[in-house]
Design a protein. Structure first.
Length: 293
């Protein structure tokens, strides 16, 4: 077993069993994105672009300047921290990441398409209007059972209406954080659930694309927030990690913390996340692991 891989896992329930909380943490600029840990997401993007571009890419021409500014910021970031992996030419961009390489024709793509081709994370561009932030452009290749088409051009409050407890606990905090976010700082937070599949593309209209297995996977979303100096727009990224549950249980404290998180989770959240269907299976695996170790 690769212990270094286990040590790099994001396990948010180790520090807080509550799933309805902000959980924000500031990160240094070099840690903004996780290019190498998430490199397998590039192949997921290539496969989806061939048949589902109408479901995963939405651009609002009225706000192209925000996309352009974020592309320039991303280009600077990659040139600074990943100079060996990215080469920016006049009309193309070369990517070299271990066993993955690609040449992107930059002259035939929009700024949002370019950004989504350059990094493994999903990208959502949020624009402020009055006291709310509105989702105006997005490239989402790894939805956790939600539909981008129904969320575009909606406020975050409306987008999160299906989430139990969001309006009461998080709405005011989220809106306040986004409006006060300093341009010089980057923040991350995590969201998690457990799925019977390692597929990245979980879309409510395409359930047959999800191949279920007998194995369970901890699905962790690492979300980041960044605002540029000359704009109030925010680039919100989501990087999805899939960890086999049996590997997660080998982390010290993980079995007990995960069991505690599930036990204190409100039933409405379990239903929303789909955990109510597999809760007994998850607990059996934890009990069996603890009994054997």
């Amino acid at each position: 077993m690769d212990m270094s891989r286990l040590n790099r896992m994001h396990l948010p329930f180790l520090s807080n069993p509550d799933v309805i909380h902000m959980g924000l943490k500031e990160v240094r600029e070099e840690s903004w994105l996780e290019i190498k840990p998430l490199k397998n997401s590039f192949r997921n993007k290539i496969e989806l672009l061939e048949n589902f571009s109408h479901e995963i890419l939405f651009e609002n021409n009225e706000f192209q300047s925000a996309n352009m500014n974020f592309f320039e910021a991303l280009k600077t970031y990659l040139s600074t921290y990943y100079a060996d992996e990215y080469t920016f030419n006049k009309e193309s961009i070369d990517i070299y990441l271990d066993d993955y390489s690609s040449q992107i024709n930059s002259s035939k793509k929009t700024d949002l398409e370019l950004m989504s081709s350059l990094i493994p994370e999903d990208i959502l561009i949020l624009i402020p209007e009055n006291k709310y932030y509105i989702l105006r452009s997005a490239a989402v290749f790894s939805p956790s059972n939600w539909d981008l088409k129904s969320k575009i051009n909606k406020s975050l409050d409306i987008i999160h209406e299906p989430v139990p407890g969001y309006k009461k606990i998080l709405s005011t905090k989220v809106n306040s954080f986004l409006h006060k976010l300093p341009a010089s700082r980057i923040f991350e937070r995590f969201n998690w659930s457990i799925y019977p599949s390692k597929n990245l593309f979980f879309h409510p209209r395409y359930p047959k694309l999800t191949s279920e297995t007998n194995e369970l996977f901890l699905r962790v979303e690492r979300q980041t927030f960044r605002k540029l100096n000359d704009s109030s727009a925010i680039m919100f990224t989501i990087g999805v990690h899939n960890y086999p549950l049996m590997e997660v249980l080998q982390i010290k404290g993980a079995p007990e913390s995960l069991m505690s998180a599930i036990n204190v989770m409100p039933e409405s959240i379990k239903i929303y996340k789909g955990l109510n269907v597999i809760e007994n299976v998850i607990k059996d695996k934890i009990y069996n692991y603890l009994s054997a170790n």
